[in-house]
Design a protein around this ligand. Structure first.
Ligand SMILES: *[C@@H]1O[C@H](CO)[C@@H](O)[C@H](O)[C@H]1NC(C)=O
Ligand SMILES: *[C@@H]1O[C@H](CO)[C@@H](O)[C@H](O)[C@H]1NC(C)=O
Ligand SMILES: *[C@@H]1O[C@H](CO)[C@@H](O)[C@H](O)[C@H]1NC(C)=O
Ligand SMILES: *[C@@H]1O[C@H](CO)[C@@H](O)[C@H](O)[C@H]1NC(C)=O
Ligand SMILES: *[C@@H]1O[C@H](CO)[C@@H](O)[C@H](O)[C@H]1NC(C)=O
Ligand SMILES: *[C@@H]1O[C@H](CO)[C@@H](O)[C@H](O)[C@H]1NC(C)=O
Ligand SMILES: *[C@@H]1O[C@H](CO)[C@@H](O)[C@H](O)[C@H]1NC(C)=O
Length: 476
């Protein structure tokens, strides 16, 4: 299988607001899911009312690190690093594994602030590496430019949980020359209606931009956004307008925070509104686009046409102060994107907010039967290799150390090399369930030939000759 193109090399600048957001009395509850403060040994409560968890119960690989830079936000001041060992035959991935509801949809955000953690003089260069979710390549992480600008980087995506857990991994790639790291990981449960136009059985979405138009200052997030989505100010060159609105955002499937309707970009009278958004150059692909509108004047109505790159996105859109959203689940974009609103009524067109995500295909995952067996084997290994978490086989080339997998539609484990791993306990019933396994090595059997504890007294078990039963290929 060809490695998917690194679609979303995009970085998102952000500085967390230094101002303390007063916890509002009617704050929504803490978002459901996990906010993990990587590298921290204690839970952390931030002024916005969020609780960040210590990370040791979600990850076994890597080492916690502390940065001591003055003024650094607490969430960014710890990180977990993972050792890179050049010369290994294949790249490795290191995963956080989080409990999930099967079939549920999650916002996943990873945050990186390098802080020269591996070069005490502060002279280091951030590593470049990949991110993987459940065996699917997501993006390449390159925080170099952000770090030079003194800010952290974040990446956000929307994924559906295929099983009872989800894994989020950092992984070596050909550019990786120093230790990998991660500062924070969030996995937040989204309500069913949010982004529900997308078929998450086939696709995941990677955020390109989420903007509140006509707004300046700090970004909107929890508690204004109940899922802690970040809405970044975008003022562009057009006219910004503010108002105080009373919109009930529960009318919108994507449940945007009502505050996004308090600002807008507004055209000059009788003129079209034209602006470039998102600001990044985009690779040719399909994108999800949602645009949010509300008339800033109470009781008023205006009609206009919406174009994206000269293609009609929505004709004769009538916007009232009640607000509305229009979205496209798969819209082709390439290079720079221009949004154009042309007037169709005396009042000039306006726009409140927008979101654009790139769509990418979900990769295949290892057969459940083999995953279950490997988890049992892992329990019988005193010190399993540090990359034994996440999907055992996928993405291709990122299989666990000692494991060889089949290619194609059904991903099965075809060979196991457990030599140099200290096994204990009997594994035969477990191995018997790995019905695609044809080859296995276990050097320890040489050392303790007499031990009946070890199921494998041959150095190699070739299933074509062995008596291990259970060849049936029935799916579990
Ligand atoms: C990472 O980003 C920096 C700054 O934008 C760029 O110079 C460098 O080529 C990038 N590295 C890779 C491997 O893409
Ligand atoms: C999305 O959710 C809304 C609100 O629950 C519902 O009315 C709509 O039919 C859903 N759309 C799809 C494609 O499932
Ligand atoms: C918003 O509308 C609700 C219900 O219509 C009303 O109770 C509330 O006072 C309004 N708030 C403002 C700020 O106008
Ligand atoms: C899977 O494909 C890759 C490259 O296409 C190849 O190197 C590898 O040997 C294949 N694995 C098996 C088990 O066939
Ligand atoms: C998963 O397997 C199916 C069936 O062979 C194949 O059509 C599809 O391309 C695979 N998906 C990926 C992302 O490789
Ligand atoms: C099994 O792994 C060990 C190192 O862990 C290596 O020396 C050996 O060559 C491997 N055996 C096979 C058959 O791949
Ligand atoms: C397993 O047995 C088959 C059938 O005799 C043979 O073709 C294959 O080479 C053997 N594989 C290994 C790894 O010994």
């Amino acid at each position: 299988m060809k490695r998917p193109p690194p679609l979303f090399l995009l970085r998102f600048l952000f500085l967390w607001p230094l101002l303390v957001v007063p916890a509002l009395s009617q704050s929504p509850p803490q978002p459901k899911g996990f906010l993990v403060n990587c590298g921290s040994t204690d839970d952390l409560f931030t002024p916005d009312g969020l609780r960040w968890l210590a990370d040791s119960s979600f990850v076994s690989a890597g080492s916690p690190r502390k940065l001591s830079l003055p003024g650094l936000l607490p969430v960014l001041s710890t990180l977990r690093s993972f050792p890179v060992r050049p010369g290994l035959p294949q790249p490795r991935k290191f995963c956080y594994v989080l409990r999930a509801g099967r079939g549920a949809r999650y916002l996943i955000r990873t945050t990186y602030f390098y802080g020269s953690f591996d070069s005490p003089g502060g002279s280091g260069t951030p590593p470049v590496f990949d991110q993987i979710v459940d065996g699917t390549f997501w993006t390449t992480v390159n925080t170099t430019a952000d770090y030079a600008a003194g800010v952290a980087s974040y990446y956000e995506g929307v994924f559906r949980a295929k099983g009872m857990t989800m894994s989020v991994c950092v992984a070596e790639n050909t550019y990786t020359t120093s230790d990998l790291f991660i500062s924070a990981l969030e996995m937040i449960l989204l309500e069913d209606s949010v982004y529900n136009g997308t078929n998450f059985d086939e696709y995941a979405m990677g955020l390109i931009a989420r903007s509140t138009f006509g707004s300046i200052g700090s970004s909107l997030r929890y508690p204004d956004d109940r899922f802690n989505r970040y809405w970044q100010p975008f003022s562009g060159s057009a006219h910004a307008m503010t108002s105080t609105h009373n919109i009930s955002s529960s009318d919108f499937w994507n449940l945007p925070p009502a505050m996004i309707f308090n600002t807008a970009l507004v055209a000059d009278k009788a003129k079209p509104l034209v602006f470039q958004w998102p600001p990044n150059l985009l690779p040719s692909s399909s994108y999800y686009i949602a645009l949010y509108f509300a008339d800033t004047l109470p009781g008023s109505t205006r009609t206009f046409n919406v174009y994206v790159n000269d293609y009609s996105f929505q004709a004769d859109l009538t916007v009232t102060s009640a607000g509305l959203v229009v979205f496209a689940t798969q819209w082709f974009l390439s290079g720079l994107t221009t949004i154009t609103l042309t007037p169709g009524s005396p009042l000039p067109p306006l726009i409140s907010a927008g979101e654009v995500f790139g769509l990418f295909s979900i990769g295949n995952v290892t057969h459940t039967r083999d995953i279950i067996a490997l988890e049992k084997i892992k329990k019988n290994i005193a010190n399993p290799p540090s990359d034994w978490s996440g999907d055992p086989c996928m993405p291709e080339q990122y299989s666990w150390t000692g494991i060889t997998c089949s290619n194609g539609s059904k991903i099965r484990v075809v060979a196991l090399n457990l030599s140099s791993m200290s096994l204990s306990g009997s594994l035969s019933p477990v191995i018997a369930r790995m019905t695609a396994l044809t080859y296995m090595t276990n050097s320890r059997s040489k050392q303790i030939k007499e031990s009946s504890e070890i199921a494998f007294t041959e150095q190699s078990v070739n299933r074509s000759h062995s008596s291990i039963t259970g060849k049936s290929e029935s799916a579990t």
